[in-house]
Design a protein around this ligand. Structure first.
Ligand SMILES: [Zn+2]
Length: 66
């Protein structure tokens, strides 16, 4: 049984790169990871906004029926 090295093409430069001990997987290098993140952030810069629920307001103890 062969021990298969996990080689996956880098999403950025398509160079097959080993994931074994690769801190930048699925990218081949820090540079590719940074490039991809840069492209991603510039392409879709939608920042998921958290709904500003005013927790704390409405906690005034207004009880109906009393
Ligand atoms: Zn790469």
């Amino acid at each position: 049984m062969l021990i298969a090295m996990v080689l996956r093409p880098c999403p950025s430069c398509r160079i097959p790169t080993s994931w074994e001990g690769n801190a930048f997987k699925p990218f081949c290098s820090e540079r590719c990871r940074t490039q991809d993140l840069g492209a991603w952030s510039s392409e879709s810069y939608r920042i998921p906004e958290k709904p500003q629920e005013e927790a704390g307001e409405g906690w005034s103890g207004e009880v109906e029926g009393s």
